[in-house]
Design a protein around this ligand. Structure first.
Ligand code: PSU
Ligand code: MN
Length: 294
């Protein structure tokens, strides 16, 4: 059911480390034309670090692990590309549509393809003021054994609510060189994480121990804080405006997160975009180091 890019196929046959990359950040998370440039830059970072990038998406109903240049362009620029979570995959296949995959869907496909490390920007989670709106990312992470590198959960979300859900779902959360849970656009969300790791080798040891202990039926969340965060006052102001606008305009379902991200990008005149790009690049670099260590 899966087609691999040439590069990923060669890597799999020779046992080279591979890093899965999600595509919703390209189609729905970053504005054009920067989205396509960033998609290429991120792949280059993974290669420079000694691993092979596998961006995952569906093109005309076919699942691809690793995208060729024209396919990446399609995901970045085609208005008909939808955002697909795990529940959508079989439907997109049957209807031969094209879709970018969320964290949940990318993790699912990466695991099917035998890939153990995955980089994204920020996880989905519990939405502020709408605690019944919880990203499918959380339940996916609870059942897919994969290392996911992220900058915490998006600060547009209910961060403490999401941390509680991760605890309930028994998904381990590690701070990479920090005990402060990162807040996506912010280096520190204001919440603590119990476990700090300082190297890819430590993460690799944890990964191996989980197999021995049979606690390896879910993901490991590695949180990597952004170095230069958004201005805090600007962040808080834009967030309040965005949440209010989403309510007034009755934005619901899978449109909520892209709406809020787009609101940030336009209202911060590029500041949130700079941070989001920093995040995905630094997470991809760390994911490649972890893939090598595994
Ligand atoms: N990280 C980013 N930008 C994004 C996303 C993550 O920096 O656009 C995407 C991921 O695909 C994630 C999705 O799975 O946002 C969450 O959407 P929702 O809240 O609807 O589950
Ligand atoms: Mn939702």
């Amino acid at each position: 059911m899966i087609k691999f890019s040439r590069e990923v196929e060669v890597a799999q046959n020779s046992g080279k480390p591979i890093v899965a990359l999600e595509s919703t950040i390209i189609s729905h998370g970053l504005p054009r034309p920067r989205n396509l440039e960033v998609a290429h830059e991120v792949e280059a970072i993974v290669r420079d670090a000694g691993a092979i990038p596998a961006t995952i998406a569906l093109i005309d109903g076919q699942i691809f692990v690793g995208l060729e240049t024209d396919q990446l362009e399609r995901i970045a620029n085609d208005d008909n590309v939808v955002k697909a979570s795990t529940r959508d995959l079989a439907i997109i296949e049957a209807t031969k549509a094209s879709a970018a995959t969320t964290v949940a869907a990318t993790a699912h496909i990466a695991h099917l393809a035998g890939i153990s490390v995955f980089a994204t920007g920020g996880l989905g989670g519990v939405h502020r003021g709408h605690s019944y709106d919880e990203s499918a990312d959380l339940l996916a992470l609870a059942r897919i054994p994969i290392v996911i590198v992220c900058a915490g959960v998006k600060s547009i979300l209910d961060v403490p609510g999401t941390l509680e859900r991760l605890e309930t779902l028994a998904v381990p959360v590690l701070g990479y060189r920090t005990n402060k849970f990162p807040g996506f656009y912010l280096t520190d969300s204001g919440f603590e994480i119990e476990h700090r790791v300082d190297s890819a080798e430590e993460i690799s040891a944890i990964w191996a121990n989980r197999f021995a202990l049979r606690t390896n039926d879910c993901a490991i969340v590695v949180t990597n804080p952004v170095l230069h965060q958004m201005d805090l006052a600007l962040h808080d102001r834009i967030l309040q405006e965005g949440l209010a606008a989403a309510d007034v305009q009755h934005i619901t379902g899978k449109a909520v997160t892209p709406f809020l991200l787009e609101h940030f990008h336009s209202a911060s005149s590029g500041e949130s975009l700079r941070v989001n790009i920093d995040i995905i690049k630094s997470n991809s670099r760390l994911a490649a180091e972890i893939a090598l260590a595994l």
